[in-house]
Design a protein around this ligand. Structure first.
Ligand code: BDR
Ligand code: CA
Length: 311
């Protein structure tokens, strides 16, 4: 299995990304690190522990990272994920604890000590990853790949031009895309192919487990937010798509391109400018996801929840 660390801000779709990463035999989840994003660091960290608790993930360290972006003031996405960051189901007090180590220190230690290079899967603003690369530049050589959810080849979801994770910390994203580490970008253009339709919710409830019901409740809350905010009939499950790309690269088709992060645009700060046609003659610095095998993606996602629910 591919050794990975997921860096997240749960978040409904992050919650399912954690479950996929913990259960799928193709990856070995070494740690879960958290960052401020969908909600404050305190809340995203509590939510990561809640997800581990409900999903029976007891052998994976959870470490809290940065509480605010590198430069700009923090913001949250309570409109999508609710006041808790994970509204919908009721969660018992989590039994899984957070480790007493900063996420960036834990990432550094794992990369230094793991026998193989490790893949990082950020599904949140890139603050922790940018800080890691800045504070410990030697870590870059130990990262096999950064497979992130963020950006878009076309339009945004936070502003007309910018996607939430990049918009939430553009300087951090700029550091990551400029780091020289192989980056795969799973943006909105591909995650909008992972739609949680009523059929999908029925597959989760049909598992007949508490965890399957929790996933359906999470998706129902998340779906109502997408309907209210964007008029979408079914919500896109962004973050697990990045995990799926690591699990089975054939699930997510990518093309090579230069990706630049807009830091100064008057209306476009936080946009990923993806040069699919090579207009700018800049070097390729990313693999950019363009197509998802949605049927096989959902099979894998449902299998993961089945596995965890049966434990
Ligand atoms: C991204 O923003 C967050 O709200 C989601 O968890 C996902 O990581 C989608 O733009
Ligand atoms: Ca997220």
């Amino acid at each position: 299995p591919v050794p990975i660390v997921i860096d997240c801000d749960p978040g409904h779709d992050d919650a399912l990304a954690i479950m996929l990463a913990a259960a799928d035999p193709a990856v070995d989840l070494l740690a879960i690190t958290t960052v401020a994003g969908n909600q404050t660091l305190e809340k995203t960290t509590l939510n990561a522990r809640r997800v581990c608790g409900i999903a029976g993930i007891t052998d994976v360290p959870v470490a809290a990272g940065c509480a605010r972006p590198l430069l700009q003031p923090p913001g949250v996405a309570a409109d999508v994920h609710g006041a808790s960051g994970l509204d919908g189901p009721r969660f018992a007090e989590p039994t899984v604890d957070v480790v007493p180590e900063h996420a960036v220190d834990l990432l550094h230690r794992i990369l230094r000590d793991h026998p193989e290079p490790v893949t990082l899967v950020p599904t949140a603003p890139l603050t922790n990853i940018a800080l890691l690369l800045t504070r410990h530049p030697e870590s870059a050589a130990r990262i096999r790949e950064i497979v992130l959810m963020g950006g878009s080849t076309d339009r945004g979801n936070r502003t007309p031009a910018a996607e939430f994770n990049i918009h939430a910390d553009p300087e951090a994203a700029d550091i990551v895309f400029g780091s020289g580490v192989p980056v795969t970008m799973c943006g909105l253009n591909v995650t909008h192919q992972a739609l949680a339709t009523p059929d999908v919710l029925a597959r989760f409830t049909g598992l007949g487990t508490e965890l399957g019901d929790v996933c359906a409740e999470l998706l129902a809350f998340y779906g109502s937010a997408y309907h209210r905010l964007w008029g979408m009939p079914h919500p896109p499950l962004h973050d697990p798509v990045a995990v799926a790309r690591v699990i089975d690269p054939d699930l997510v088709r990518c093309v090579d391109a230069n990706v630049a992060v807009e830091l100064h645009g008057r209306y476009t700060r936080g946009a990923t400018v993806v040069d699919l046609h090579g207009y700018l003659d800049r070097p390729v610095n990313a693999r950019v996801a363009v197509a998802l095998d949605a049927a096989r993606f959902w099979d894998r996602m449902v299998d993961a929840v089945r596995t965890l629910g049966a434990r």
